[in-house]
Design a protein around this ligand. Sequence first.
Ligand SMILES: O=C(CO)[C@@H](O)[C@H](O)COP(=O)(O)O
Ligand SMILES: [Fe+2]
Length: 228
Amino acid sequence: MAVQINPSILSADFSRLAEEVKAVDGADWLHVDVMDNHFVPNLTLGTPVVEALARTTDTPLDCHLMIEDADRWAPQYVEAGAGSVTFHVEAAAAPVRLAREIRAKGARASMALKPATPIEPYEDLLPELDMLLIMTVEPGFGGQAFLDIMLPKIRRTRELISKHGLELWLQVDGGVSASTIEQCAEAGADVFVAGSAVYGASDPAAAVRALRTQAERAIAQASWACDD
Ligand SMILES: O=C(CO)[C@@H](O)[C@H](O)COP(=O)(O)O
Ligand SMILES: [Fe+2]
């Protein structure tokens, strides 16, 4: 599948959100980090802002929910206009039921793993998902350093996706930049969230294009992509 670059608006200037969204026109998805001050020690935004973003842009919204009680709240983000809803497995009581509910409501269902959460216990759940998100920082804040010890987990997840012949997208989020995106792509990721690397650049749209070029080159040479 094609490489996707999803700018995270967590690193945008919230006082000029509509302009900041426009600044990354051409991105595949807009990554929207929802934090509740319980699952993570930070508070961001909720469904009213997601509804406003959906009115502002044609770029589909990739909502990453870092919130407790995901079973209760995630479906509301589909209703608010998200095209993809990611819940954390650590915050979901019934992940299969939740993934099915998100899909039934018309969005892509995605599940995230914190750095300390392994993929192996969730192998049988992968067919229920449209995307798996491997966090490459501890969730909660933008601008953190990439955890390269997550690379084996990305590799292992890509192996499981291939083994089961799934169409599942594999997203990485946290510390993704010009210095780290190629390692992620080589390990098996095909969807890349970038916050500070995009909004910290003088030209955010150019930063998205440059990251895409780097990831495409790395995937073209990656063994996981060649074996397909
Ligand atoms: O979910 C999160 C953080 O919890 C991310 O989406 C960050 O917003 C990514 O920011 P950078 O690490 O790319 O600056
Ligand atoms: Fe995120």
